[in-house]
Design a protein around this ligand. Structure first.
Ligand code: ADP
Ligand code: MG
Length: 291
């Protein structure tokens, strides 16, 4: 495309809340055949709510106090959901120290000589904590597309919370339109296999890659590229930044973190996946008309 056509194209994008940082990005976008999307905050609202509380051998209030104490030290959206439910139920969080994040797994902290854990199945498995008492509830939550949060005290399971994060109103339609444009869609998430599968099916996505540790997101994009695909990656989180940089075109959600926005080639100001579809259409139109 000519420089003028590209200027007109990027200008048109900007008018519609799609900031494309370079002419090269616009040109590359016209030829992508695969869209990789992060789940939390990209396909979903990224504002999970706690929908169930299941204490195990301790009172509900104590579970919530410990959960809130642990999550007070975390920046994760799931942490905000836990703090909200504790506040709603009038439970004050237990004061903790020695916070340590287990990246892509959960958090750990200490209080009164006890070690507390909050996280997913992977974290509990790593610490040798058996999940038999909550297995049925755990599976039911995941099958419904909710994220199970597990809590332990000194290697003893003390409860399970379920967090639901609803898809954005336009996500399903955007995925359908990507398909209509001939693109394939892959969902990438740190969430567990079954929760991811429920969301994949609900959104009509052909492939989901779950349980991806933050440091491995970019490797999955690289793998698709090595298989001959030209990849656009859409994400919002710090976790997504390396994958956004690795992709042929990185597209950040406008409401996402600064690091994601800095790593991307384009930004969706309205945080709406339909604008990612519009960006591909715009890129193709620019390339088609003025080559
Ligand atoms: P994603 O943003 O796709 O959920 P993350 O790598 O941030 O990916 O987290 C992966 C999983 O690790 C989460 O789905 C959750 O099960 C668990 N996890 C991460 N942080 C926390 C936390 N602060 N409390 C509880 N669980 C957590
Ligand atoms: Mg995200």
């Amino acid at each position: 495309a000519t420089p003028v056509a590209i200027m007109v194209g990027t200008g048109k994008g900007a008018e519609n809340g799609i900031l494309i940082k370079s002419g090269e990005a616009l040109e590359t976008l016209a030829s992508v055949d695969t869209v990789v999307m992060d789940k939390t905050g990209t396909i979903t609202e990224g504002r999970p709510r706690i929908t169930s509380v299941m204490p195990l051998g301790i009172p509900r209030e104590e579970l919530l106090a410990i959960a809130a104490g642990l999550e007070a030290g975390s920046e994760h959206p799931l942490a905000a959901a836990v703090l909200s439910v504790a506040a709603e139920e009038g439970v004050s969080s237990r004061a903790m120290t020695g916070f340590a994040a287990a990246l892509g797994r959960g958090v750990e902290a200490r209080a009164d000589g006890h070690v507390y854990l909050a996280g997913n199945e992977r974290l509990m498995a790593e610490r040798g904590i058996g999940l038999a008492p909550v297995r049925e509830k755990l599976d039911a939550l995941a099958a419904a597309g909710a994220t199970p949060l597990l809590f332990a005290a000194d290697d003893r399971l003390i409860g399970l919370l379920g967090a639901a994060d609803e898809p954005k109103a336009t996500s399903r339609e955007a995925i359908k339109r990507f398909h209509a444009l001939g693109l394939s869609v892959v969902m990438l998430t740190g969430d567990n296999e079954r929760t991811a599968e429920a969301m994949r099916a609900r959104m009509g996505i052909e492939r989901a890659i779950a349980g991806v540790l933050p440091e491995h997101k970019a490797a999955h994009v690289k793998e698709l590229q090595a298989a001959g695909h030209r990849v656009a990656m859409i994400g919002d989180g710090i976790n997504d930044a390396p994958a956004l940089a690795q992709a042929d075109v990185g597209i950040a959600i406008g409401a996402g973190t600064d690091i994601a926005i800095d790593s991307a080639d384009a930004v969706l100001m309205k945080s709406d996946l339909l604008d990612a579809v519009n960006a591909v259409r715009l890129a193709r139109a620019v390339l088609r008309n003025i080559k």
